[in-house]
Design a protein around this ligand. Structure first.
Ligand code: ASP
Ligand code: MG
Length: 515
């Protein structure tokens, strides 16, 4: 007998008919010999409606009252779902987040789950009941019991966290699309359904704006190895499996705030090629990397940064023994790239023959800006100067001087409590050629999905001195001021820029940084 957590989104429970049809599916799952915990969202666009009501009363309502208000949407759904099940003769009980004991941080509107009590749920399950839990909400128990919410779209996170706490065999996310598509079908009608996607790929796509799954739910699935499926509540099609390797066991206490970093990786075999002042127009990167690819050179980090005027700097790293080839390509292309026809300044090629790359790997890096800040601070304390930075939801990588590598590894293993010996990234790096080899054997396409996020703003800080501690200082401030996502582009001696949600722009002061 399997324990299955099924989550139904707003459209799946958007009307009485939909609720009845979901109840039927739940009932059938039980009749198939399974124990079922159901998590539901608010009906249809209820949450948006509640936000609209609040805005009519206050342009800037208190976050506490917002959580009080928004949590009511899910409470309607659980009661109706439970009634629908009972009406079919299926014993069921609805529970709010507080009644279950979904304990969160004392942080309104974006709370992370600390722990989920399972005693009461176990008792009801043993009585043969289906439990219908309100998604998106929890309770903080620091001083007084306060209703909290997990952030918009957070019911997915409730469901996967419940699955982790109950050690469920499967978590199914039912939605109004057939599963995870290669891109947004409203923009690209040819978008295809994927049978399977890895948690890492999903995290990248989710944080880039694919709205199917709340990224934090994928983080939990990855950390606790929860078998996760995204499928349509309208059909019986199997949907998309979100898979991950079996993780190391971790405690269920501190569920969403456990270690974000599970490995420190390094690679001392890197060299850098930078093209300075290339024109800021379409086709430049395509030309450069097209030629590099034709020469069969593996490229690792690629960073483009804005420049004064209408030019860019593009820097990339390659393995040391490919440097000569890469440099030759860059030198050959540079003269043709004139950014200012008027003054005839040519793009300039700069090469660094030896550098090291150090990375922290895990889940939820962008969602937790404090992690990158912590990395930069540790490197700064070890007096390591960072050259290039690249961030993604599953990795933050910095290039540094090779002589600093040992110190950097030690510092990072210490702050992030990584006990295993750090992983040499040479063994796991997949460059262009390696990827092509892998594809030939597995016939998976090199690009698995494309996500669009139009809700981004960029801030750039110019004239940042190139010395240890500056990235740490800047990121420390950003992480402190905003708990929302920050995505770093490129720091170097000239500009450090980062992508943030536009809503938080006003929170950042315009005071110049201390040099
Ligand atoms: N009802 C909440 C929202 O609309 C949570 C959810 O549906 O996941 O954001
Ligand atoms: Mg959703």
């Amino acid at each position: 007998m399997a324990l299955i957590v099924q989550k139904y989104g707003g459209t799946s429970v958007g009307s009485v008919e939909r609720i009845q049809s979901v109840a039927k599916r739940v009932r059938e799952t039980v009749q198939g010999g399974n124990t079922v915990v159901v998590v539901v969202s608010a009906m249809g666009k209820t949450t948006d409606g509640l936000v609209g009501l609040a805005k009519q009363i206050s342009p800037n309502p208190s976050r506490r009252e917002m959580d009080m208000l928004l949590s009511t949407g899910e409470q309607v759904s659980i009661a109706l779902m439970s009634m629908a099940l009972q009406e079919m003769g299926q014993p069921a009980i609805s529970l709010t987040g507080a009644q279950v004991g979904i304990v969160t941080e004392a942080e309104y509107s974006l709370a992370r789950i600390l722990e989920i009590k399972t005693e009461r749920m176990q008792r009801h399950l043993e009585q043969g009941k289906v439990i219908v839990v309100a998604g998106f909400q929890g309770i903080s128990s620091i001083d007084e019991l306060e209703i909290t919410t997990l952030g918009r779209g957070g019911s997915d996170t409730s469901a996967v966290a419940l699955a982790a706490a109950l050690k469920a065999n499967l978590c199914e996310i039912y939605t109004d699309v057939p599963g995870i598509l290669t891109t947004d079908p409203r923009l690209v009608p040819q978008a295809k359904l994927m049978d399977e996607i890895t948690c890492d790929e999903m995290l990248e796509l989710a944080s880039l704006g694919a709205k199917v799954l709340h990224p934090r739910s994928v983080e939990i699935a990855k950390n606790y190895g929860i078998p996760l499926v995204v499928r349509s509540s309208w059909t019986d099609d199997p949907g998309t499996k979100v898979v991950s390797p079996i993780p190391k066991p971790r405690p269920l206490v501190g569920l969403e705030i456990t270690k974000a970093v599970d490995a420190v990786e390094f690679d001392t075999d890197q060299a850098k090629v930078a093209l300075l002042r290339v024109p800021d127009r379409p086709g430049i990167a395509a030309r450069l990397f097209g030629e590099i690819a034709r020469q069969n050179v593996n490229v690792d980090l690629i960073i483009q940064s804005i420049h004064e005027g209408n030019s860019n700097d593009i820097a990339f790293t390659v393995v040391k023994n490919a440097l000569l080839k890469a440099e030759a390509v860059a030198e050959a292309i540079a003269p043709a790239l004139r950014s200012h026809p008027a003054n005839d300044r040519e793009a300039e090629v700069i090469v660094e023959k030896q550098m090291a790359k150090i990375s922290i790997a895990g889940a939820g890096m962008i969602g937790r800006p404090g992690i990158a800040a912590q990395m930069f601070k540790a490197l700064s304390a070890a007096n390591v100067n960072i050259e290039m930075i690249s961030t993604s939801e599953v990795k933050v990588s910095c290039t540094i001087a090779p002589d600093d590598c040992d110190r950097a590894i030690q510092a990072l293993c210490e702050v992030f409590e990584v006990e295993d010996s750090p992983v040499c990234a040479n063994n796991i790096a997949i460059g262009f050629a390696a990827a092509q080899g892998a594809i030939a054997s597995s016939n998976a396409p090199p690009v698995r999905g494309v996500a669009l996020d139009i809700n981004q703003a960029q801030i750039a800080i110019r004239h940042v001195p190139d010395r240890p501690g500056l990235a740490a200082q800047i990121f420390g401030v950003l992480a402190q001021k905003i708990s929302a996502s920050i995505q770093l582009f490129n720091p170097n001696a000239v500009v450090l820029s980062t992508i943030i949600p536009p809503a938080i722009l006003p929170l950042l002061s315009h005071k110049p940084m201390q040099k």
